[in-house]
Design a protein around this ligand. Structure first.
Ligand SMILES: Cc1cc2nc3c(=O)[nH]c(=O)nc-3n(C[C@H](O)[C@H](O)[C@H](O)COP(=O)(O)OP(=O)(O)OC[C@H]3O[C@@H](n4cnc5c(N)ncnc54)[C@H](O)[C@@H]3O)c2cc1C
Length: 458
């Protein structure tokens, strides 16, 4: 059993192998995994030659919630490799790092650079721009692992926009744009933020009011955005605005246009919104009036922006569900270690079923959600329309991860409320997956309409 103080992937490998009775081969595998991830080129080579390499030792059962970053029996070789390699990077950023980052509200640049250095920001990007062209399933394993390592939503959300946010550019951008935009993003030289939500329209995206007016080889943008995450640090912004006012279009899905451009703070006012959790990864209000954006930064045709922004939304929901589940596992790991070791009334508190059963139930809920997330990701990778699954996992992940974190805090009594024990940070962060990028109510609206065949409620 791994104690909470020995949290690193090497320790995990040792425990795993001791249980399997084969110490050396798996340590070798772990080292091989991490060296493969040391550069994009080697990783790509690895992908092609994987079948010739020996597979890692595998557990035949799903590991205990008290262990650090267990392997999962359902992962294929590629997913297991992603898990091990990302865990190795994360082991350099212990929970104390994330506690300090949260307390200081400081952007985790060291972590973001470490992930970028090994090429992981391009996990789903085309190889000609430096990406690895792996699937959503692997990307979800990556974001879950980052959150689960103890970095929580802070760690995952300092990189997730770079991983999936530019899906519209990959699909609808021209060759010149893909080269100009994707390569620096994958290399970690440029960071992107994503501006869709507006103060007056909320979830009703088709009512967006910000307007871009063509003026020769530029557009002039006027309007506002809210909740734009990472706008304090991002060099680039993906922004959806109207080029035709709502009153003048035949269908509300028309007249919206997408731009990927410089976030020029001399033309855009960026004001941070202080919030409950994830203090290190900022979220902001934006105001602009006369912001000049070059025509060559428009993605695809004028008026087609809604279709483009919709592309990748299911993927985003699945990917972020993985993060939520990761936070839930991190919380359960702390709580189950604590419940086993904390003695009150002369016995471990975990001996009381009032403490043990909620933990067990939370694990059941998280694990069933994780399996469904992997199924949803697999379906997306295979080209199936996954709206029902994407919304279902987004809903389940938000709810079950929240329950896991709340259970963890309550299981640990007063220490659950102490910052040094981390679970209060997870509880503050795990509210977000219930609200964003789409709320739990809207996930259920979708399923009620599309699966249960009920009248649309909005
Ligand atoms: C930490 C954080 C980071 C974010 N980052 C970004 C970002 O980077 N970029 C970006 O564009 N946005 C971002 N968002 C915004 C996020 O996507 C929105 O908060 C979310 O889409 C909900 O919009 P809203 O807050 O305006 O809620 P509203 O639209 O005002 O809705 C309020 C509540 O009413 C409910 N509701 C509304 N209509 C219905 C209905 N018909 N049926 C049932 N319930 C309904 C909603 O579910 C919600 O609970 C972020 C939000 C947060 C909290």
């Amino acid at each position: 059993m791994i104690a909470s103080s020995t949290r690193c992937i090497d320790a995990f490998c040792i425990v795993q192998t001791q249980q399997l009775g084969s110490f050396l081969p798996v340590m070798a595998s772990c080292q091989a995994f991490t060296s493969f991830a040391s550069s994009r080129i080697r990783f790509a080579l690895y992908r092609r030659s994987w079948s010739r390499l020996s597979a890692p030792s595998r557990r035949t059962f799903v590991a205990k919630a008290t262990e650090y970053l267990p392997a999962y029996a359902d992962y294929n070789d590629s997913q297991s490799t992603v898990r091990s390699s990302i865990a190795k990077i994360c082991s350099r950023f212990p929970e104390k790092y994330w506690l300090d980052i949260d307390n200081a509200a400081r952007w985790p640049s060291e972590f973001q650079e470490a992930v970028a250095k090994d090429g992981w920001l391009g996990i789903m990007m085309p190889s000609e721009y430096g990406g690895s062209e792996l699937g959503l399933a692997e990307a979800t394993v990556m974001t879950q692992t980052i959150a689960e390592s103890g970095g929580g939503y802070t760690a995952s959300s300092c990189v997730h926009m770079n991983i999936f946010g530019l899906a519209p550019v990959v699909k609808y951008g021209n060759e010149e744009q893909r080269k100009r935009f994707l390569t620096p993003l994958i290399e970690g030289k440029e960071r992107a933020c994503f501006a869709v939500t507006e103060p007056n329209t909320g979830l009703d995206t088709l009512k967006l009011q910000s307007l871009a007016t063509r003026d020769g080889d530029h557009y002039s943008l006027k309007g506002s955005k809210i909740w734009t995450s990472t706008a304090q640090v991002a060099e680039k912004i993906l922004i959806l605005v109207r080029t035709t006012p709502l009153e003048e279009v035949k269908k509300p899905t028309e007249g919206l246009t997408l731009f990927y451009t410089d976030l020029d703070r001399s033309q855009v006012s960026v004001t941070e919104i202080k919030k409950m959790g994830r203090a290190a990864v900022d979220t902001n209000s934006l105001y602009f009036d006369g912001w000049r954006v070059p025509v060559q930064d428009r993605i695809g045709n004028e008026g087609d922006g809604f279709k483009m922004i919709m592309h990748g939304m299911n993927a985003e929901r699945i990917l972020l569900s993985g993060e939520a589940v990761g936070i839930g596992y991190a919380a359960l790991r702390h709580a189950s270690n604590y419940a086993r070791e904390r003695i009150v009334f002369g016995r471990p508190i975990g001996k009381n079923q009032a403490v043990a059963h909620p933990l067990a139930k939370a694990w059941c809920q998280l694990e069933s959600t994780r399996l469904m997330i992997m199924q949803a990701a697999k379906m997306w990778d295979e080209g199936f329309a996954t709206g029902e699954y994407a919304n279902a996992v987004k809903y389940l992940a938000g709810e079950n991860a929240f329950t896991a974190c709340e259970t963890a805090v309550c299981s640990m009594g007063g220490m659950g409320y102490a910052k040094e024990c981390h679970v209060e940070r997870f509880l503050r962060e795990v509210i977000t997956p219930r609200l964003a990028p789409v709320s739990r109510e809207m996930c259920l609206n979708y399923i009620a309409e599309k699966v249960m065949d009920q009248p649309r409620s909005y």
